[in-house]
Write a protein that binds this ligand. Structure first.
Ligand code: G16
Length: 542
């Protein structure tokens, strides 16, 4: 039986960089999740009788919202729901299922790399039929709807058994519980030379993967240990936990410190990697060398043709604006297009759909390709393994050769987390006020060439996205970028991105913060970060 329930709107359901992310107690308010899900459905047209994919990263509150989403999909007229067993689907796996089964769209429950648990983070995002995050015109419509919503529809049925694969019906809608791993593992096997990687591992190559007690555990177990033959124990923290074992499932040098230390030890494995809460981010570390996400994008793009799925070469590369320009140099050498988009994977969708870009990446530990429409952590790890298996060199050698060929883009991001929102907005406003007067100014040896607030004109649908980050570019190619995160759930997070290009191979071994010290000082001088935020140093440096 379908029920129409009266509700009152919440004013704070504006999707951020990647869906709606809030603390669990916010989502637990009366009708909060229901309002947002109904606002999604009310913003879509033509889904009657169609398929909806539903899954999440298994974090606290996942199961409850999965039940709500299924019952509301039935009441709103979807014909079929595909849901991962146990309510689990990694973000890239969900994207693949949407594409493979030609679904109308999908609801992905995740707050990505943010911590989970009763007082931690939860999130809901909508993906469209190409498998990618909804573009801004849809997220804007969802927000507008959420502000006036007065009722939602839900099927009045008992909870659905999500733990057994198979099919059942409610209110005229079919629910199929699917294996969350199988389709994804098959896709990976179609892109990469599993035989070559297996042979490398049999030959003694040691790989470790930290699933961070999050969603990639079952995927990595199946692919890295079962299909590629890595010894048991190669995949660590492989059981997904609702609170990620109390850790931040964020694969960076702070939250994956143990992996980093393992990889820097004298007896380190050959290759180490980690993925985040919902499986779309990656961290890659060769023995003795951390590879920044920006460098990883450039190196994967330069070598992708070594994997069967990319043997024909790349159509183009896309990167988010704050991501370093390392990939630009690869694109230039390959004679292919390079696209600079705002932060947010959704901006790559059109470029991938139109065949303009094949590989995309972001400084925020995201890399992916046209195989799905989300960034994909395990994909990046497998492409690295494929390249290592073919080149038969260490990751360190590949990195050094790359820098010698293309030059090195020294790069770092300084995050100031949970800053007072007014102070953060004031800091950005102050930078905006300086844009007109900065060009031509000198700070020591650094002279500002241009300064702007990044705006993106989508070359496919011609939509314009303004205010995407303050860029200060110096003569010689160095730059500092400031923007506020769109994924945090308390206060504001200020991100400062610092980059310097160094063509001279004899200067490629400087410690990163040292190499960037003059730019870091200029960023402080221009933005007055310390006085405006009250912080003496960043919360996280990556
Ligand atoms: C999301 C988006 C990414 C973006 C990242 C950081 O990642 O999908 O495209 O780069 O947020 O965004 P911000 O700098 O606004 O916090 P994820 O892994 O959180 O879904």
């Amino acid at each position: 039986m379908i029920r129409t329930v009266t509700t009152t709107p919440y004013g704070d359901q504006k999707p951020g960089t990647s869906g709606l992310r809030k603390k669990v107690p916010v989502f637990q308010q009366k009708n909060y999740a229901e309002n947002f899900i109904q606002s999604i459905f009310d913003s879509l047209e033509g889904f009657q009788g169609e398929t909806l994919v539903i899954g999440g990263d298994g974090r606290f509150y996942n199961r409850e919202v999965i039940q709500i989403a299924i019952k509301m999909a039935a009441a709103n007229g979807f014909g079929r729901v595909l849901v991962g067993r146990g309510g689990i689907l990694s973000t890239p796996a969900a994207s693949n299922v949407i594409r493979k089964y030609k679904a109308f769209g999908g609801i992905v429950l995740s707050a990505s790399h943010n911590p989970g648990g009763p007082t931690e983070d939860f999130g809901i995002k909508y993906n469209i039929g190409n498998g990618g995050p909804a573009p801004e015109k849809i997220t804007d419509a969802i927000f507008a709807r959420s502000k006036v919503i007065d009722s939602y529809k839900i099927s009045d049925v008992a909870d659905i058994n999500l733990d057994a694969e198979g099919t059942q019906d409610i209110d005229g809608m079919t629910i199929t519980v699917i294996d969350p791993v199988a389709d994804y593992a098959e896709l990976m096997e179609s892109l990469f030379d599993f035989g070559a990687i297996r042979k490398m591992i049999e030959g003694g190559f040691r790989v470790v993967f930290d699933a961070m007690s999050a969603v990639t555990g079952p995927y990595a177990k199946e692919i890295i240990e079962k299909r590629l033959g890595a010894p048991k124990g190669s995949v660590m923290n492989f059981i997904p936990l609702p609170d990620f074992g109390g850790h931040h499932p964020d694969p960076n040098l702070v939250h994956a410190r143990a992996l980093y230390e393992t990889m820097m030890a004298p007896d380190a494995p050959d290759f180490g990697a980690a993925s985040d809460g919902d499986g779309d981010r990656n961290l890659v570390i060769g023995r003795g060398i951390f590879i920044t996400p920006s460098d990883s994008l450039a190196m994967l793009a330069a070598n992708a043709h070594l994997a069967p799925g990319y043997a024909k070469g790349l159509a183009g590369i896309a990167r988010s604006m704050p991501t370093s320009g390392a990939a630009d140099r690869v694109a230039e050498k390959l004679g292919i297009g390079i696209y600079e988009t705002p932060t947010g994977w959704k901006f790559f969708g059109n470029l991938l759909d139109e065949g303009m870009a094949t590989i995309c990446g972001e400084e925020s530990a995201g890399t992916g390709s046209n195989h799905v429409r989300e960034k994909d952590g395990l994909w990046a790890v497998l492409l690295w393994l494929n390249i290592l298996a073919v080149r038969k060199e260490s990751a360190l050698d590949i990195v050094k050769n790359h820098w010698a060929t293309y030059g090195r883009n020294y790069y770092s991001r300084h995050d100031y987390e949970e800053v007072d929102s007014d102070a953060a907005n004031g800091l950005i406003a102050n930078l905006r006020d300086q844009l007109a007067t900065l060009p031509g100014k000198s700070f020591g040896a650094l002279k500002v060439a241009t300064a702007d607030d990044f705006a993106y004109n989508d070359p496919v649908d011609h939509s314009v996205s303004k205010n995407q980050g303050i860029r200060i570019l110096f003569e010689g190619g160095s730059r500092v970028v400031f923007r506020l995160s769109g994924t945090g759930t308390s206060g504001a997070t200020l991100r400062v991105y610092i980059e310097r290009f160094e063509p001279d191979a004899s200067r490629h071994d400087i410690e990163t913060q040292t190499a960037l010290a003059d730019l870091i000082a200029v960023a402080e001088e221009i933005a007055s970060i310390k006085t405006r935020t009250g912080r003496t140093e960043p919360s996280v440096i990556t």
